[in-house]
Structure formats: C-alpha cells, structure tokens
Design a protein around this ligand. Structure first.
Ligand code: GDP
Length: 539
C-alpha cells in the first residue's frame, strides 16, 4: 500500500469528528543520546513553534514551564519531568508527549505511553537497537501502539541500513517497511530517495526542508549521480533495487496493528528527514483511538467529555505551589469553565483554567478535543489514574503502577514532624514521585522507587517544599508485590499470618514485602490461591 494513501480524514460528519480526525497524539521512544531532544526541537520548528490558531486565547503566561524547572535536573543535566508539547502543522494538531530520558524515571515514561496513540522510535544509525529502546518498545507492544521508526545520525558513520532493518525485525519481531532510503551515508550523506514517490530529497546545507526532485527511475545511475554528485550512484541504485525486491511494502493495516514499522532515514541535527517523518505521522498514524474503561470502550467521537490523568507535576511555578494534573481527553470536547465529575470521589470540579502546553509557554485552553492533553491546576484533588467525565460513572483502566526495585525506610531528623512527613509522603505518592507503603505493624513508612535518582528527587523536594530533612535507611525488604485473592477471607488469613511483611499502598491495597524473590516463591507455594503481581493497573 502506498505510504501516503490515507490523507487525514477531513470530510468526517460532525465538527467533533473532524477535530478528532485531525489529532495525532504521540511520544518519542529512544535510548539516551539517540537524538530525541534534537528531533523534538526540529519537529517543533515544523510546527512554526507553535500556535494553536483559533483554539487558544493567546494569553501565554510567563515562561515557566521549561522542562528543566527542577534544580536537580539542572544539576545533572537530565530531563526528569514529562511534559507535553502541542503544535499544528498542515491542518493537523500534534500532541507530542515528552518522556524522561533517564531510566530511573521509567515509570513516568510507561504511564505517558498509556496516553498516546502512536510512537516514534528513534535509533542511532551507528548503534542500532539499544537496551532502553527495546524496553520502551515492549511497553508500546503491550498496548499495540503503532510505531514509526526514525534512523537518525545518517550524517555520521553508520551501520549498513539493511543490517539495521534486519536487527529491528529480529530483535523486536517487528516487520519493517522503508519509506525513504539513504543516498550515501556519513560524510557522503546527500539525502534520501522517497520510495513511495520515486523522488529524491537532498540535504539543504542551511538545514531548510528542501523540496523533492522530479520523479526519477531508481536504476538510473546517471540521474542519481547528477542529483548527488558526491555519492556512489551505482551502489545506491543497487541498494534501491534490493529494497524493491527484498523489503516489505508499507501496509497501513499491519502498521496500525503494531506489526510493521515504516522506516525513515535522516539527521535530526541537520533537520533532514524530519518533514518526511511528520508527513508519515500525519498520513498514517491513527487519530485518537478508542480507550478501554471498566465495563465499556469509549470512542473518541462520543460527544460527552471524558479524560484520565496520567501525570501530576507539582510546583512548576515555585511561586505558586501549583499542582498540574495532565489529563488525556478520551472523548468529546472540553470547554473552559465546564464542570466535570471526578469519578473516584463523585465530586464535581470546575475546569476553570485548563491549559495547553507548548515548548516554552502555556496558554489557557478555551476548548480541547479527544486526543488533546490539558494541564488542570489543582490543589491535590486529582491523582494519577483518575477519570473525569460529564457525569458518567466511568473508570479508565490501564495507567499502571510497577513494583519498585528499591525499598527504603524514611528516616526523619526531627521526630516532631512525623505528621507533616506523613502528609508530604502522601502527596509525593499521589504525584507518582515515589510509591509509599505503610507497614501493617505500624513501623515507619517505606518508599519504593524504580531508580535511585527518584530518592534524590524525593529528598530534595521534601527539603525545598516541606522543610523536612530526611534520610533513608536500608530495609530488610527488597521486593514488593501486590497480593490479591478471589476469596477475601483467604486474603485476610494470609495478611494475618504474614503481618510482619504486609503493608498498604496509597490506595489501601495490600502489598507483600519480601526479602528476596525466593521468599515470594516460597510463600506463594505455601499459599495457593494468593496471586502476587508486580504490575497494578490503577483503576
Ligand atoms: P537524546 O539524549 O536522545 O535527547 O539526544 P540528543 O538530541 O540530546 O542528542 C545527543 C547528541 O547527538 C547531541 O550531541 C546531538 O547534537 C547529537 N545528534 C543528534 N542528532 C544528530 C544527528 O542527526 N547527527 C549528528 N551528527 N549528531 C546528532
């Protein structure tokens, strides 16, 4: 199938359907250093950095949403927080959900991936598939998220492109379909051959998005040599013949089902190939997909607004101590000032100041549609996993919690502040900074994290925001598992018999703490019927 066979649906029936059809909500997954940040910048450039005409009152606030707002992040030069960037290009609205680069914050990344409809996988052409790319890919696969691949840094020494495709196919069990093919590489990288349109796009030395050539025959070495004088035209023609004979054609259905990835070659640094990638996203990536709620599936084009919270970010503006919940709209239209029901508590809340986020600024969202991500300022009423509706009792499923890999007891310097610490830990857990487990035996709270940097963030934030001086004690427990059982009585018996290892998580769900994987296996064998899990879907 032609890579550009499906122009965005603009002839849909209702205005809501039209708005939904023109949205693309996606994330970029990659290993650190592959070029995610550079690609993000270049994508935003295409969006003309970034006005949502007609929807946003241009009431940008001060420049306070830069993703390096946190001191620790600046110190370490890493991106800790997840944010969203919205831009419009050629009639489509793109919501790019940024994910933290450091693997210690992978929980944040996993949650963010529950809020996208597609992903771009960036691969360093010299390195191929790296560990973190692979892990994030697996998370996308769990949700059948369609993936486009951008093979970056073609302007440097690279591996053989066929080799790279082969590696994607073998290590990820994902079919590949090149959409463009590199002409030369490394110092000789001159541009790409567009396999769908049979035209050449050359690198612009000034980094502009250059136009396509007239159609040329891929076996016409003279024509290739004329367009790209520095490259080995015969070798390029040979490769193009091999691509035609050996590579998969693009197949929209296979892509949408997550079985096949269209592959683009380029250089983010030189702003090359980024436009083709964006065209690929626009033409083929799905518009907002239906979302699964407990009991029913919610279609994006349903008229009534629904949304779920996948991320909480506090103190983006230290002067205001505000807390922003990032909510992905799943259906309908959000209008500023509307009332929404917070399903967990049954309470109504007024969406007085929902916000859109751009690269550097935020602005009031007058209206937003399914697929959009809005920031909702609140003072602690919203939690990760929360569902907002126009009244319906609805709960989206699938924003997961992961069992921590490190457990520590919190040590408080000033025992008089125990109550304040309890409150602060509760808020940090609601924000997803750490997980908190309260032992059944009444001993001090334990915190659980995926990576040690999270502990640093917790310590810094408790000090800066709550004036609490804490340390961490190692714990006799190494692992935490949620425990469930079909028979509540049996679960009670289990909890009583194992009281010294039992704790409650933020939601009051029972957690079994163990000193080793062996202990979990051993206990499991003695308690048939009790299920131990390391992922909990937040309901
Ligand atoms: P991230 O860690 O994935 O966000 O990667 P960055 O975007 O920060 O890029 C890592 C390094 O690779 C930086 O020094 C970039 O300038 C460089 N880089 C990114 N894209 C390219 C590219 O296309 N070509 C070359 N030569 N360098 C690149």
């Amino acid at each position: 199938m032609d890579a550009l066979a499906t122009p965005p649906a603009t002839d849909a029936a209702s205005p809501l359907e039209r708005e939904v059809a023109r949205r693309r909500t996606f994330a970029i997954i990659s290993h650190p250093d592959a070029g995610k940040t550079t690609l993000t910048e270049k994508l935003l450039l295409f969006g003309g950095a970034i006005q949502l005409a007609g929807q946003v009152k241009a009431k940008a606030e001060r420049r306070n949403t830069r993703s390096d707002w946190m001191a620790i992040e600046r110190e370490r030069g890493i991106s800790v927080v997840t944010s969203v960037m919205t831009f419009e290009y050629e009639g489509l609205v793109y919501n790019l959900l940024d994910t933290p680069g450091h693997e210690d914050f992978s929980e944040d990344t996993y949650r963010t991936l529950t809020a996208v409809d597609s992903a771009v996988m960036v691969i360093d052409a010299a390195k191929g598939i790296e560990a973190r790319t692979r892990k994030l890919f697996e998370v996308c696969r769990l949700r059948d998220i369609p993936i486009l691949t951008f093979i970056n840094k073609m302007d440097r020494e690279t591996r053989d492109p066929f080799d790279l495709l082969d590696e994607i196919e073998k290590t990820l069990a994902l079919d590949t379909a090149p959409v463009t093919w590199p002409i030369g590489r490394g110092r000789d990288f001159a541009g790409t051959f567009d396999l769908t349109r049979q035209r050449v796009r050359l690198i612009d030395p000034d980094g502009r998005h250059s136009p396509l050539s007239e159609p040329i025959d891929p076996s016409d070495t003279a024509a290739i040599a004329k367009l790209a004088p520095g490259v080995d035209a015969a070798a390029t023609a040979e490769e193009l013949a091999l691509v035609r004979d050996a590579c998969n054609p693009f197949d929209l259905a296979a892509f949408r089902e997550g079985h096949l990835t269209p592959v683009f070659f380029g250089s983010a640094l030189r702003n090359f190939g980024v436009g083709d990638l964006l065209d690929g996203l626009g033409a083929n990536a799905p518009s907002p997909r239906a979302q699964q709620a407990a009991g029913r599936t919610v279609e994006a084009s349903e008229p009534r607004m629904s949304a779920f919270v996948f991320k909480i970010q506090a103190n983006m503006d230290p002067n205001h101590r505000d807390r922003i919940a990032f909510a992905r709209l799943c259906s309908g239209k959000l209008t500023r000032g509307m009332k929404a029901k917070l399903v967990r508590t049954g309470k109504q809340m007024s969406l007085a100041t929902p916000q859109f986020f751009f690269a550097q600024d935020r602005a009031l969202a007058e209206e937003a549609y399914a697929g959009d991500v809005v920031g909702i300022p609140n003072h602690g009423s919203l939690r990760i996993g929360d569902t907002l509706t126009e009244g319906e009792e609805l709960s989206f499923v699938g924003v997961p919690s992961f069992a921590p890999e490190i457990l520590r007891r919190v040590k408080l310097a000033d025992a008089m502040k125990a109550k304040k610490l309890k409150q602060a830990l509760q808020e940090m857990a609601e924000e997803g900074v750490v997980q908190v487990f309260r032992p059944a035996d009444g001993s001090p709270a334990m915190v659980g994290v995926v990576g040690p940097l999270q502990l640093d963030v917790l310590k810094n934030r408790l000090s800066a925001e709550y004036s609490l001086d804490i340390g961490f004690d190692s714990s006799e427990f190494q692992l935490a598992r949620w425990v469930t059982c079909e028979d509540p009585k049996r679960l009670d018996e289990f909890a009583t018999a194992n009281r010294s290892g039992m704790a409650e998580d933020l939601d009051g769900d029972p957690v079994f703490l163990a000193s080793s994987a062996f202990m979990i296996g051993y206990t499991g064998d003695r308690w048939p019927g009790i299920v131990f899990t390391d992922i909990k879907d937040v309901k």
